[in-house]
Design a protein around this ligand. Structure first.
Ligand code: AMP
Length: 219
């Protein structure tokens, strides 16, 4: 099964993606995580992407598509959950081509819709593990030990692009690019929209549960 997770930064794609990947036993491929790994390892690709990520802009399509291609080549057998990819219509078309070469297609594109005010609050309280990819919210999902990851014990930090001015730019970019992508998957007949957020009492765990139920009908 090939799943695409759409939704603004901070909408819970990462959390939902991890739960679904574990449940369905398929890889969770987050282009944001791949870029951050390249930045950390100071690779040539990381250096190219750095200026865009730190400004909250999208990394150009050619760099992003090349990175994704490298990641998934020879490994499309089991299916995958794409988190944060595609983010442009061009990327969506490229993904379709990559899958088609293997006789596969995107089965479902999940659009997680959370109000922007809530997203800003969520992201500014978010902390990430410096070692594994665990995510915490210091108000709603704090680590047991202040500033330490429950899973691996490493220290937590706030990403540069989780700071308020960069978050607003990321949301502006999302506003400009998301509707075309949503229309793209609607036209393909695979869009599954979910309204989520604390104010309607639907957490990322609830979203994942709902999706797991829905996905049973695909088996
Ligand atoms: P994320 O963690 O998915 O919000 O991604 C963090 C940052 O990585 C984004 O703000 C972009 O700068 C970059 N990025 C991640 N995925 C993509 C993509 N599919 N296309 C372009 N840039 C991306």
């Amino acid at each position: 099964m090939f799943i695409v997770l759409l939704g603004a930064p901070g909408s819970g794609k990462g959390t939902v993606g991890k739960i679904l990947a574990e449940n369905l036993k398929i890889p969770h491929i987050s282009t944001g995580d791949l870029f951050r790994k390249n930045l950390k390892d100071k690779t040539a690709l990381g250096k190219q992407a750095d200026e865009y990520i730190n400004k909250g802009e999208l990394v150009p399509d050619d760099i992003t598509i090349k990175m994704l291609n490298e990641e998934i080549k020879n490994d499309l057998e089991q299916g995958a959950i794409f988190d944060g990819f595609p983010r442009t219509e061009n990327q969506a078309e490229e993904l379709e081509k990559m899958l088609l070469q293997e006789g596969k297609t995107v089965d479902i594109a999940i659009d997680i819709d959370v109000p922007f005010e809530e997203i800003i609050e969520r992201i500014s309280n978010r902390r990430n593990c410096t070692k594994c990819s665990a995510i915490y919210n210091i108000l709603y999902n704090p680590p047991k030990d202040e500033n330490k990851c429950d899973i691996c014990g490493s220290s937590l930090y706030q990403r540069e692009d989780q700071k308020p001015e960069i978050v607003s730019n990321r949301l502006e970019v999302y506003k400009k690019t998301s509707s075309k992508l949503i229309d793209y998957y609607k036209t393909k007949g695979v869009l599954y929209p979910v309204k989520a957020g604390d104010r309607i009492k639907k957490s990322s765990d609830d979203v994942a549960k709902e999706l797991q139920e829905y996905l049973k009908s695909f088996k």
